[in-house]
Design a protein around this ligand. Structure first.
Ligand code: FES
Length: 186
């Protein structure tokens, strides 16, 4: 049997071919990735237009491996219950950016943006707009949340629903942004 004349050269060629194959696969997969997450840029943000939402409606997007819900709530829904029936009415012990450390937990009164995972064991919460005092509820162990994702005192979930970092970019559009803890989350 003939031995390769230069085994090192052969290995180098093999590595080059493997490298080109992986790069090529990346280029092929990129368009599919863009279709799945149309607003996600290379800079780590996702823009969402919600002008089509009426009061009581919502839309979901996939963001950094989790689901984020943009919920058009009625003005005043967050005042439907007294703070005495909520565990953390001012969100002192809950997770949200600095701009959401208030009773509305949002940039504006009529829109609430939040991660869909219940803070008890992570089930996906459901929205019940017909119940304006408790429009967000967890189907697993029945924790209830008000229109700002604030958990009711009797619930097994201990914290309010988490709020992601985002900025308003138009009258009815936001941009979710990838941030670090020093940017004001938590
Ligand atoms: S996971 Fe939501 S109440 Fe238990």
């Amino acid at each position: 049997m003939l031995e390769p004349k230069n085994p090192n050269r052969r290995k180098l060629l093999l590595r080059l071919v493997q490298g080109f194959s992986i790069t090529g696969l990346g280029f092929l997969a990129y368009p599919f990735f863009k279709v799945l997450m149309p607003g996600l840029s290379e800079d780590g943000f996702l823009e969402i237009d919600y002008q089509d939402l009426a009061i009581g409606e919502w839309k979901s997007v996939s963001w950094l491996g989790r689901t984020v819900i943009i919920f058009k709530r009625g003005v005043g829904w967050t005042k439907a219950v007294g703070s005495s029936v909520l565990k953390d009415p001012l969100s002192k012990t809950s997770v949200q950016p600095k701009f959401a450390e208030n009773a509305e937990r949002s940039h504006r009164d009529d829109v609430f943006v939040f991660y869909s995972n219940c803070t008890h064991l992570g089930c996906e919460v459901a929205i019940h707009p017909e119940q304006s005092a408790a429009p967000i509820q967890c189907p697993c162990h029945q924790s209830r949340f008000d229109g700002a994702g604030r958990v009711f005192a009797e619930a097994v979930a201990s914290r309010n629903l988490e709020v992601p970092f985002y900025r308003p970019i138009a009258a009815n559009a936001i941009r979710l942004e990838r941030v670090t803890p020093s940017d004001g989350i938590g």
